[in-house]
Write a protein that binds this ligand. Structure first.
Ligand SMILES: Nc1ncnc2c1ncn2[C@@H]1O[C@H](COP(=O)(O)OP(=O)(O)OP(=O)(O)O)[C@@H](O)[C@H]1O
Length: 319
């Protein structure tokens, strides 16, 4: 069910077609749809990300965020619409093809080997060697040194790159994954809810490195359900709802309050709130306290979760 069909919700697009300094987008999706059998996971979704920019994709559960990531990462093919990489229409055959185009995806579970040292995980699958023939062996010193240097370059000062990566905090592991993608030459970094499992402080740290990747010239696609986190670092915002686009905005065309409101369901939430107030007034089965509580804050959902997150303002942690 599209936004129009779903209770009169309007798709809002503000400033979203603005050219980013006249440069070609690194990744551009136009009118992309994806079906799983007869389940429509995405319909007519468009977004772009350019070098030195963060495009945030916001959506509640089932909105289609993972499906969108899988298309950009080469795991799934889109059924309709176009996918351009640096202006060339492309169909990615597999995740390797995405990597070859400079698209690196950091998934929530990170796919690390917990008992291996940080440096070993940093180079997993791309280990440098030294020596020839029977004397060929892993260049451990180079890996240790490079890992330490690359992390420092991103401003990450780990006590010891020899410690098992499983002993790092969730936030530190995300930071290592971001630094790794930057080191291996990613042009586009796709981050799958990097702050979802983190507390306020660690989320701030991770967002700082997301901004560092943007400042290093990468195009970043940040998937999140938290508008506060998105607004701290985002340049563009694409809102997904049940597989369709509920909004597309540039940073200068939307406030945090409006983004939060749209993410929470906007007019749907207002309508529900009024309905609950009416039920409370007529005293039919809902206690006054319940109705007043629901009327005040709306049902538990992303806005509710977000309102409990008091992240610092963008100016505090980034740029
Ligand atoms: N492999 C699949 N087969 C069938 N339906 C699927 C498949 N993957 C996703 N879907 C459906 O497609 C829709 C979008 O799912 P998707 O996982 O992309 O959403 P999401 O925004 O990532 O949600 P969440 O935040 O809960 O992970 C949902 O209705 C989901 O049930």
């Amino acid at each position: 069910m599209g936004p129009q069909a779903g209770g009169g919700e309007q798709v809002t697009t503000t400033g979203a077609t603005a050219e980013s300094g006249g440069t070609t987008a690194l990744v551009k999706l136009t009118g992309v749809s994806k079906y799983y059998g007869n389940i429509r996971a995405l319909q007519d979704v468009s977004l772009e990300v350019s070098a030195g920019e963060i495009t945030c994709v916001l959506g509640d559960n089932g909105a289609g965020k993972s499906t969108l990531i899988k298309i950009i990462a080469g795991l799934h093919r889109h059924d309709a619409g176009t996918f351009e990489i640096e202006g060339e229409e492309t169909v990615l055959a597999n995740p390797r093809a995405a990597l070859d185009h400079g698209i690196a995806t950091v998934y929530q579970d990170l796919a690390v080997v917990p008992l291996m040292p940080v440096w070993r995980n940093f180079f997993l699958g791309s280990e440098p060697t030294k020596g020839r023939g029977p004397l060929r062996r892993l260049d451990v010193e180079l890996m240790r040194r490079t890992t330490r240097d690359e992390l420092l370059r991103m401003g990450i000062d780990l006590r010891d790159v020899d410690q098992p990566i499983g002993t790092l905090s969730g936030g530190e592991r995300q930071c290592v994954a971001i630094a790794r993608a930057v080191h291996f030459g990613a042009k586009v970094l796709v981050l799958d809810e990097p702050t979802a499992a983190l507390g306020v402080k660690q989320s701030g740290v991770v967002l700082k490195y997301v901004a560092a990747a943007r400042d290093a010239g990468l195009g970043v696609v940040l998937i999140t359900h938290n508008p506060h986190h998105a607004y701290l670092v985002g340049d563009r915002f694409v809102l997904l709802k049940r597989g369709t686009m509920a909004g597309s905005h540039t940073r200068d065309s939307i406030t945090l309050d409006e983004l939060t409101r749209q993410m929470a369901g906007g007019s749907e939430l207002d309508a529900l709130s009024h309905e609950l107030e009416r039920v409370a007034e007529s005293g039919s089965g809902v206690t006054d306290a319940t109705a007043r509580g629901a009327g005040r804050t709306g049902p538990a959902g992303p806005a509710d979760q977000a309102s409990r997150t008091t992240a610092p303002t963008r100016d505090d942690t980034t740029r």
